[in-house]
Design a protein around this ligand. Sequence first.
Ligand code: NAP
Length: 468
Amino acid sequence: MPIATVNPANGETLKTYDELEAAEIEERLATAASTFRRYRLTAFPERARLMERAADLLDQEQDAVARTMTTEMGKTLAASRAEAAKCAKAMRWYARNAEKLLADEVPDASEVADSGASHARVHYRPLGVVLAVMPWNFPLWQVVRFAAPALMAGNVGLLKHASNVPQTALYLGDLFRRAGFPEGAFQTLLVSSKAVEGILRDPRVVAATLTGSEPAGRSVAAIAGDEVKKTVLELGGSDPFVVMPSADVERAARTAVTARVQNNGQSCIAAKRFIVHADVHDEFTRLFAARMAELTVGDPMSEATDVGPLATEQGRSDVEELVDDAVRSGATALCGGRRPKDFPQGWFYEPTVLTGITPDMRIHHEEAFGPVATVYRVRNLDEAVEVANDTPFGLSSNVWTRDEAEQERFVRDIEAGGVFFNGMTASHPALPFGGVKRSGYGRELSGHGIREFCNATTVWHAAEASDE
Ligand code: NAP
């Protein structure tokens, strides 16, 4: 894919970029490595001061960077502004909490006495230069939720962003530099995915994090495995949204719409499969489909728009193929199922609700990365859990029930990295984020996230030999 800004609302190529030459990549790797040697020694208050400064700059520049994001990948301007605000919040959260999260862990002396120790502790140290391969769907947030904890821990970062968001990528490198982080602490590399292998195999790079599709994750993890380097993978999702009879069905249907079409339907944690108990199935489905059909599709820069275009032409084709395959195999589209007529230039797709889904349809197993929902009718709790888990993915889950026994059943049995009751999944700096199964491994955010790229070092002191 060429590195370029192409407006998905009209298909116009606005700016193209040359990839970095090999010598330029080498120069950035050398800078990152030498910066790490000094930056790792900075104290937490100094890192926090720089991170707070980056958050302040981002707040001041929110409108401009939001417009860049909307232009590059088509999310609504309101969503872009909210994303920028969320990033500043997460930066401040890590600025204020990193020292506490990475404080030494000191076991009681009596617990380690039988090892011959007078005392011991676990001390967290940064790992080094970490490569971040990132997707376009939350072009600021995906990067910041890696960069804020990584930099606060004393690591340095190299960003290989998605090829369709180069301006946002360059903005991020510049943001941390202008905030006062040393040259090389966080650098954007404008390179294609082909360049990732060489960078990852370079001995100066010690670890990698990738957020993106399963094939990309598999490729990066295989190279990192070969090099015995640590990875965190945040991959796709096909999150269930379960509605049980005790739910507030009206509120569930309203939330379901937001949960599905947020970010024009291109969120890993968007609810994608709606699994509804037979007692409330018809009411939920009627309300849900009616609201999906009412959404305003259009110019993402307009305040009146609910759903903008898909980010790439290929992304729209992928969604179209999944829907067409389902309908050909007997599914019914209660709304949508096609491109809107009004916008022939852009990569728009109508919000779609499909019923009559069967396991032979591709959409039953694959991630629909666009505003397309599938609705399933289930007879009881067991069936709801079974359908919810009948997916290769395990990112998060949403369950609507006021019955505490049902809630505990989902906490125990759902195969996912999160379960959100009577609401929709959202990431938060204080809560771990990540998945199981094909959704990846490792965690971002919270204390779990900041410790992913740390060396948990055992520090052990021998007890003095006693004279007997
Ligand atoms: P993608 O094609 O995998 O791209 C993600 C990043 O990986 C881009 O920077 C891309 O570079 C790079 N890449 C692609 N193939 C690669 C390879 N073989 N080796 C090294 N790097 C490679 O994913 P996407 O289509 O942009 O994003 C959508 C996917 O990301 C969805 O599946 C979504 O669910 C997932 N996602 C997951 C999370 C999460 O937290 N779990 C969050 C957001 C998105 P180029 O752009 O240059 O190809």
